[in-house]
Design a protein around this ligand. Structure first.
Ligand SMILES: [Zn+2]
Length: 485
């Protein structure tokens, strides 16, 4: 429907509908026909999910072109896109590629909160001035943004996790500063954004290598989705009295494997605690699939993960990777992390698709959740429900911690002779030296790990509460006797 249309088709659609209100489009409420009924502009806008400022921009645009165009010339109703306009558009497109965060729950791209449209325009203007080319005025730039990038937002605050530096830049930049201080601050901001861009570029380079040479490189990204989107049971409409009803948390861990162009999702419940065992078991399952598809694992493995010390950035994960290298399952592993709070990547698109679908459908049981996941994303995800886990955490128990890994973002594991080395550095800058540790003997035990003991007590408690709430769901007409069984 509307959301399947391209940006241009959407604008066209809105404009055509506005123009059906033939009159002079004065500042009055317009009406629209919706499934045979006439509705007010607010209702129409909500049904199609058209954002307020986009709608009013289009309305204003229709009015102004009405005023000054010769009615016989249809072509003029479309604003002519000048070279400046297209250049400004490509400036913002580029900005989104470099700094934009895909959102895990909605189909939006967010730019760092330390920017503003005015600041983007200032940067755009000075880049044009440097090239000696003409540029759009701020008003036209703003209009272009609303028209072409209604899905690109600069949030006042970063929604998920805040980047301290971005917050400081935003707060300080709005204060009255001397020209020198402002210049310094802008330089710092530029350096900060550049650094996060370099981290991303590295990641994209790994993706590209594995796509071009899938038998040489594997590139995966792994992350966890916000569980509240996939708690079961789930219904498209909520009654007020339902918020307190017990639901089973269903966590979703997602993995994208770039070389094979495959997506994997692993759902799991609170019978397992959220820690590196999940990460490592999911990773192992994906690597198993890569080996089958590929006839063996490619020698180099790139892993992109989230900075969470609980799930990913800890000694157990490093030790697991040491094991892979020590046993020559792969030759080299590079585990990289993006800058904290600037970490939204392709895997978040997978999560946002799942979450959009999950908000529209009734989902009560695991098979229907898996089915929903499979229908939500292209390529179709391989969806598994995790029933048991190997306890790598227990097996990798190691008396001391690996010092100083928290602040590092690049970890490289290689084997030289019999020895396994971990090289790490804070940022993926060519000039920065690696800090090197020998970890050959960190592993005490290479036997088959035990299975994790599921926390049945917790699950049992939840199930009991869910049983208690069943009649209420039935009462609200959400579940029938069949579902109850
Ligand atoms: Zn930041």
């Amino acid at each position: 429907m509307f959301y399947k249309k391209t940006q241009e088709e959407q604008s066209d659609f809105i404009e055509r509908n506005i123009r059906c209100n033939d009159a002079s489009l004065e500042d009055k409420q317009l009406t629209f026909v919706l499934t045979g009924r006439r509705v007010c502009e607010y209702a129409w806008r909500i049904v199609y999910g058209i954002k307020r400022r986009r709608y009013y921009y289009m309305k204003k645009k229709c009015r102004s072109t009405n005023e000054d165009l010769d009615n016989s010339d249809k072509r003029c109703s479309q604003q002519y896109k000048s070279r400046q306009y297209l250049e400004a558009k490509s400036f913002v497109t580029d900005l989104c590629k470099r700094y934009g965060d895909d959102q895990p729950d909605i189909l939006e791209i967010h730019l760092p909160s330390c920017l503003s449209i005015l600041q983007v325009w200032t940067d755009y203007k000075s880049s044009c001035e440097n090239l000696g080319s003409p540029y759009l005025s701020y008003q036209r730039f703003y209009g272009m943004w609303i028209e072409e990038f209604p899905h690109v937002k600069i949030p006042k605050y970063q929604k998920l996790s805040k980047c301290n530096e971005c917050v400081i830049f935003k707060e300080t930049i709005s204060k009255k500063l001397t020209k020198i201080d402002l210049g310094e601050l802008k330089d710092k901001r530029r350096a900060h954004l550049l650094l996060q861009e370099i981290c991303r570029e590295k990641y994209y380079k790994h993706i590209k290598k594995s796509k071009e040479h899938p038998s040489m490189y594997t590139s995966v990204i792994i992350d966890n989705m916000d569980q509240f989107k996939t708690n079961l049971p789930r219904f498209p409409l909520h009654f007020k009295n339902e918020t307190t009803l017990e639901k089973m948390h269903h966590h979703v861990t997602g993995v994208l494997c770039h070389g094979l162009n495959k997506a994997y999702t692993f759902t799991w419940t609170d019978q397992f605690s959220s820690d590196c065992n999940i990460t490592l078991n999911c990773l192992m399952s994906v690597l198993g699939d890569v080996a089958t598809e590929n006839g063996g694992l490619p020698p180099t493995l790139y892993i992109q993960a989230d900075n969470s010390p609980k799930d990913n950035k800890n000694k157990y994960v490093i030790m697991f990777l040491v094991m892979l290298v020590k046993m020559e399952i792969v030759k080299k592993i590079k585990l990289t992390f993006l800058m904290a709070s600037h970490t939204h990547e392709d895997v978040d698109q997978l999560f946002s698709r799942i979450s959009v679908k999950a908000s529209k459908e009734k989902t009560t049981i695991i098979p229907s959740l898996l089915d929903l996941i499979k229908r939500s994303y292209t390529p179709q995800p391989i969806a598994k429900h995790v029933e048991s886990l190997y306890d790598f955490r227990d097996q990798m128990a190691y008396p001391s911690s690996l010092a100083g890994i928290k602040s590092q973002h690049v970890f490289k594991l290689t084997k030289d002779g019999d020895k396994v080395f971990l090289a790490m550095k804070e940022w993926p800058l060519e000039s920065a030296p690696y800090k090197i540790l020998e970890l050959t003997n960190i592993l005490q035990n290479l036997n088959m790990p035990r299975k994790v003991e599921p926390n049945m007590e917790k699950i049992g408690g939840i199930i009991q509460l869910m049983r208690r709430d069943l009649p209420k769901w039935v009462q609200n007409g959400k579940l029938n006797r069949e579902d109850e069984l």
